[in-house]
Design a protein around this ligand. Structure first.
Ligand SMILES: [Zn+2]
Length: 263
């Protein structure tokens, strides 16, 4: 919108101390909004609700509006109720395929989307660590979390200059024409990419002590996201016990998130 000019106040009847020049009102830049196409949004919801785990992926955005999400694309990943671990090679392949279609990195490599199976979209400590580690070298990047029930969290982070972060609103754009549901294709993608595992934490108790001496501590890759702990605390004791029992019954799955894109 072009700058507008207000009528000079000298035309009013209020006594003027000094004649004023017309004041120029400069419109502030429009506040950024993360806007989803209805199809991208529907796909994200489909993946969110498909099982009781987190699911992660990348936003593909419009070349003319890098905050307009036209697609949500997943890569091969191991997921649990509280974590997402991308396969490194799959991420590399995804980036390469996107470049091959003529997209620029800022259209597909800057917005990290993931879902929470609980009601809180607040990023966990591991989410923050992942975001800083993986996206910290980009000029800007965004962390977006969508929880069950519809609450979401979008934070734009600038790493240039003094840096800084802002929480921005999220919207679904039903005005621009949009395509139909692609449920069959989504289901095929889900089955191909999403490997659900039981949530695991703790040390691998069957390993002898000292086995990992000199290696990075097992504790480094075993963490319990805050939001999940809160949910665990809020559970009925019987439900909590059930989950604890399930976890303790599957030591083979413990500590399986080395390296990669761990959240
Ligand atoms: Zn998370």
């Amino acid at each position: 919108m072009p700058p507008t000019t207000l009528p000079s106040k000298s035309e009013s009847k209020q006594p003027e101390k000094t004649p004023q020049k017309p004041r120029r009102i400069v419109q502030p830049p429009a506040a950024p909004v993360l806007r989803f196409s209805p199809v991208a949004w529907a796909k994200l919801l489909y993946f969110r609700d498909r099982q009781e785990t987190e699911v992660g992926g990348f936003a593909v955005t419009s070349p003319s509006d890098l905050l307009k999400v036209e697609d949500f694309i997943t890569v091969k990943q191991d997921v649990t109720v509280a974590s997402v671990s991308f396969d490194d090679q799959a991420v590399a392949d995804f980036f390469e395929a996107q470049v091959d279609t003529g997209r620029k990195p800022e259209q597909f490599g800057r917005i990290w989307l993931h879902t929470h199976p609980g009601g809180s979209p607040v990023p966990s400590c591991t989410d923050e660590e992942t975001f800083a580690r993986v996206f910290g070298s980009c000029q800007w990047a965004m962390m977006f979390v969508l929880a069950r029930g519809g609450k979401s969290y979008a934070r734009l982070r600038f790493n240039v200059g003094p840096g800084g972060s802002i929480i921005i609103p999220v919207d679904v754009d039903f005005v621009t024409p949009f395509g139909p549901s692609q449920q069959e294709a989504w289901e095929a993608e889900y089955k191909a990419n999403i490997n659900a595992m039981a949530w695991t934490w703790g040390l691998e108790s069957h390993e002898p002590l000292g086995k990992d001496l000199g290696k990075p501590s097992t504790l480094d890759r075993v963490s319990v996201p805050d939001d999940w702990m809160e949910e665990l605390e809020a559970m009925e004791p019987a439900e909590r016990q059930l989950i604890m029992d399930e976890l303790s019954a599957r030591p083979d799955l413990w500590g399986g998130n080395q390296g990669g894109f761990y959240e």
